[in-house]
Structure formats: structure tokens, C-alpha cells
Design a binder for this molecule. Structure first.
Ligand code: NAD
Length: 336
């Protein structure tokens, strides 16, 4: 079946990893009509807006997008395109699987957890102000509505995917009202899923436990900031940011993107690892009910991860992005 998908190349290494991913999808037999849109720095220069309304309208119309990372200026300039897109399209669930099967770590070979990060509120609401000289304030917004729906999403996923345990990650010992409200939602939702074990863990302890014994975790559900930080920590457990896929999902809409950013330190050098976006694209094919194509890509990824010299430099290999892509496509073509 032919699918219509919006593609946003993004900034930094975005265009490099997006080009690689589109080639891999084509080689794996995916039939796609790409609808290209731009967002980020170049769009800001052209339209005075890094995320113009017509791009949001296009994603709304098409329903699925593959997105490269977009740079956000630090401490000044325009606010995050990524955060704005998630909020304006109501892509409330950020899904990041951390799985050693698609990893390359000497330390752990049996990590298999999925992180569900609430995507629309918390300190990402953009409510910040200077309230006096030398004093700045940032508001953390937590609502029952958003907490309920991310918890339901995580529990539904656990049921559909044969997962055993969901843990809510929080700091309700300190933020009794906001994180307390999040926990209350998680508890209420958990009571509707008696077949899934439910647990709670304080975020600082969770970070320490993830480093020491990550195998103990199954499904984690978190508010936005904790999810952002712990999913990068999780990426480190399986070999780094070049490997961890992601998806932003709402009701009837999904934007697939890697967990990593635009990596300005390596942009344009031809060395970026496209695997995280390629694995995101495999998940996109599952979302589009194309499990055979997703499986073909995933098997090829597992195969190439066992051939160190063919990998990109972040994973200890010698290939640049284009060479790596050719190796992966050769595997897909030879194994079918
Ligand atoms: P980053 O993820 O871009 O990079 C962190 C480190 O990981 C860098 O050393 C980088 O070289 C390396 N890295 C990341 N992806 C890689 C890949 N595919 N292959 C090889 N190495 C890779 O994080 P950062 O430096 O904190 O952020 C850079 C910019 O990206 C910022 O403007 C930030 O706001 C933005 N960002 C965007 C998204 C998104 O678009 N969803 C997500 C995170 C950060």
C-alpha cells in the first residue's frame, strides 16, 4: 500500500539522517509519497516563524510525519519548534523504547524498557518570567487531563505489548501538589488495569537504579522534564543517542523522530549515525500497519550492529553516514 508521509529534514545533522532513512525505507519496499515541509532556522528566516501554520496544517491533513531534529537557540531566540509542534498538534505521548537488541553497549546486553514521556505541559509550558532583579520564575503545569491520558496510553501499550509492569516516576515528596496530581492520575488509571503490576519510584532514585540495574525496568511513565532527561540516560545505557528512536503520538496523528538533537558539533561532516531515525521509521511502518517492512529494517539493523567496522564512528566503526547507509541497504537487499 502506498502511504503519504510528511518529511521535515530539520537542522544540523537532520538532512543527513533523513536522507539516509528515506533511502533505507525505499530499499525495504516501503511505498511512500513524501510531502516535504520545512521547519527551524531556515523557515524562521523565510517566514519569520520557525514553525509556520501551513506546516502544522499539512501534518494534520496527512496524519503521519518523519521529522529530523530542529535546533533551539539556548537562553535566547525563538522557542522550541519541537515543543511547539507537540503542543499545537496535541501529540501528547512521547514514546522512547530503550532496547539492547538495537544497542551497542559493552556494559548491558539485556535492557528492554519503554519510556512514556508526557509531551504537552510541565515546565515546557513556556511560562517563564523575570519577577525581580536576579530572580526568574518558571511555572510547572501539571493537569489531571494530561496525566490521565499519558498514563492510559502507557497502560494500553503495556497490555497490547505483553508488558508486565508500569512504574510512575515522580518527585511528589517535594512537589506534593504537581507531581502529587500526576501520581494520583497514575494510581487511578492503574486500578483499571489489574493485569499490569503498578509501581512508583522517585526520579533521583530511578536515575541511579537505571545506571546500576536497568534490566529491572519495564514501562516507565513520566512527566515531561523527567522523561526528557531519563530517556537520554536510557540512550546512554544501550550505546548512545545515535541509536534511540522516538515517536510523538496524539489522537490520529503521529510524528516520528529520533531522541537526539541536531548535533551541531558534527553537522555537515558526514559522520552522523542515522540509526535512531531509521529505527523511528521502522516504528512508523508498524504504526502504518506494515510490520513486514518494519521487520526487514529491524533485522538488518541487528545484523549490522554485529559488524562493528561497518558502523558509524559514534559506535566505534569507520563508516560515514553515506557509507553506513549503503552497507545497511546491501544487507536489506541480500536478506530480503
Ligand atoms: P544532541 O542530541 O544534538 O547531541 C548530543 C551529543 O550526541 C553530541 O555530542 C552529538 O554529536 C551526539 N549525537 C547526537 N545525535 C547523534 C547521531 N545521530 N550520531 C552521532 N552522534 C550524535 O543534543 P544537544 O547538543 O543537547 O542539542 C543540540 C540541539 O538540538 C539543540 O538546539 C537542542 O535544542 C536540539 N534538540 C532537538 C531535538 C529535536 O528536534 N527533537 C531533541 C533534542 C535536542
Amino acid at each position: 500500500m502506498k502511504h503519504r508521509i510528511v518529511v521535515i529534514p530539520g537542522d544540523g545533522i537532520g538532512p543527513e539522517v533523513v536522507a539516509s532513512t528515506m533511502q533505507v525505507l525505499e530499499a525495504s519496499g516501503a511505498e511512500i509519497e513524501w510531502v516535504e515541509e520545512q521547519a527551524g532556522k531556515a523557515t524562521m528566516e523565510r517566514y519569520g516563524n520557525p514553525l509556520p501554520q501551513h506546516v502544522l496544517d499539512r501534518i494534520n491533513e496527512v496524519g503521519v510525519a518523519l521529522k529530523g531534529p530542529v535546533t533551539t537557540p539556548v537562553g535566547k531566540g525563538f522557542s522550541s519548534v519541537n515543543v511547539a509542534m507537540r503542543k499545537q498538534l496535541n501529540l501528547y505521548a512521547n514514546v522512547r523504547p530503550i532496547n539492547s537488541r538495537f544497542g551497542n553497549s559493552d556494559k548491558f546486553s539485556d535492557v528492554d524498557m519503554v519510556i512514556f514521556r508526557e509531551n504537552t505541559e510541565d515546565v515546557y509550558a513556556g511560562l517563564e518570567q523575570d519577577i525581580a532583579p536576579g530572580v526568574a520564575q518558571c511555572l510547572k503545569i501539571i493537569t489531571k487531563e494530561a496525566s490521565d491520558r499519558i498514563a492510559i496510553f502507557a497502560f494500553d501499550y503495556a497490555v497490547k505489548n505483553g508488558r508486565k509492569k508500569v512504574q510512575a516516576v515522580h518527585k511528589a515528596n517535594i512537589m506534593k501538589k504537581s507531581d502529587g496530581l500526576f501520581l494520583k492520575s497514575c494510581r487511578e488509571v492503574a486500578s483499571q488495569y489489574p493485569e499490569i503490576e503498578y509501581g512508583e519510584i522517585i526520579v533521583d532514585n530511578c536515575a541511579m537504579q537505571m545506571v546500576i540495574r536497568p534490566q529491572q525496568f519495564d514501562v516507565l511513565v513520566l512527566t515531561n522534564l523527567y522523561g526528557d532527561i531519563l530517556s537520554d540516560l536510557g540512550a546512554g545505557l544501550v550505546g548512545g543517542l545515535g541509536l534511540v528512536p522516538g515517536a510523538n503520538i496524539g489522537d490520529g496523528l503521529a510524528v516520528f523522530e529520533a531522541a537526539h538533537g541536531s548535533a551541531p558539533d558534527i553537522a555537515g561532516k558526514g559522520v552522523a549515525d542515522p540509526l535512531a531515525l531509521i529505527l523511528s521509521a521502522a516504528n512508523m511502518m508498524k504504526y502504518l500497519d506494515e510490520p513486514a517492512i518494519a521487520g526487514r529494517i529491524e533485522r538488518a539493523v541487528i545484523s549490522i550492529l554485529g559488524q562493528k567496522d561497518k558502523l558509524t564512528m559514534d559506535l566505534g566503526g569507520r563508516s560515514g553516514t553515506k557509507e553506513f547507509t549503503r552497507h545497511l541497504i546491501d544487507i536489506i537487499s541480500s536478506t530480503g
